[in-house]
Design a protein around this ligand. Structure first.
Ligand code: SAH
Ligand code: MG
Length: 208
């Protein structure tokens, strides 16, 4: 099984063409900013992580994969994106960590992908290393998205890249927070410019 096949067989929310675009953007970051790590916010079962992990390995760097593995608001019982099989019955909460670990093992990426289990704002507040590539696909509520913008985007090195998933300019296509709380503020800040759009994936480059 190729890594792409592992990614495509993994439970998650990343369409193939967006995963391929994510991979291409991360490879570009790895080439332009050698030595700097990649970081993903929101790994779930590791689907996007495999595309990014492969790009990190090819770039000779590592990928930090941040997730508390308890699911987003929209993954909880009663919500649209809930998967009952991901609930730990002893705890009564979701637990995607075993699935994530299995995926990373299956993709032979254990030497490249570093899982960071914790709340994104808490990890971000202790983070200091400049990043070549930041992928934000965590909580899609207004406050989680706002905090991911506020606390993570300053860690993208100038010349590095910011990718955002589930960006829907038209409300008919999906929820607004990744668009309104991350994508628009990133452009308005003057720090980022648009590089590419594939489905709901947006890739920006840090220029200032
Ligand atoms: N990138 C994944 C999908 C991510 S789904 C894929 O390719 O399939 C969103 C993930 O963000 C969930 O796993 C959820 O646990 C995580 N998440 C949401 N809010 C978070 C927060 N505040 N801190 C850490 N992880 C969070
Ligand atoms: Mg997503």
């Amino acid at each position: 099984m190729t890594r792409r096949e592992v990614a495509l067989s993994t439970n998650g929310f990343m369409p193939a063409e967006e995963g391929d675009a994510l991979h291409a953007a991360a490879l570009r970051a790895g080439t332009e900013m050698p030595g700097r790590p990649f970081l993903e916010v929101g790994s779930y079962c590791g689907r996007s992580t495999v595309w990014l992990g492969d790009a990190a390995e090819q770039s000779g760097t590592v990928l930090f994969a941040v997730d508390h593995h308890r699911g987003s608001e929209e993954n909880q019982a009663g919500w649209e994106w809930h998967d009952e099989s991901l609930v730990d019955p002893a705890v009564g909460l979701m637990d995607t960590l075993p699935h994530f670990r299995h995926t990373i093992w299956k993709a032979d990426l254990e030497k490249v992908v570093i899982g960071v289990v914790g709340a994104s704002p808490l990890v971000a507040r202790h983070w200091t290393t400049p990043l070549a590539f930041l992928f934000i696909d965590g909580g899609h509520g207004v406050e989680p998205a706002r905090l991911d913008y506020e606390l993570w985007t300053s860690h993208v090195a100038v010349g590095g890249y910011l990718a955002i998933h589930d960006v829907f300019p038209d409300p008919a296509d999906g929820g607004r927070p990744p668009y309104e709380q991350i994508y628009l503020p990133a452009l308005a800040s003057g720090r980022f410019v648009d590089v590419s759009a594939t489905g709901s994936l947006r890739v920006l480059k840090r220029v200032a």
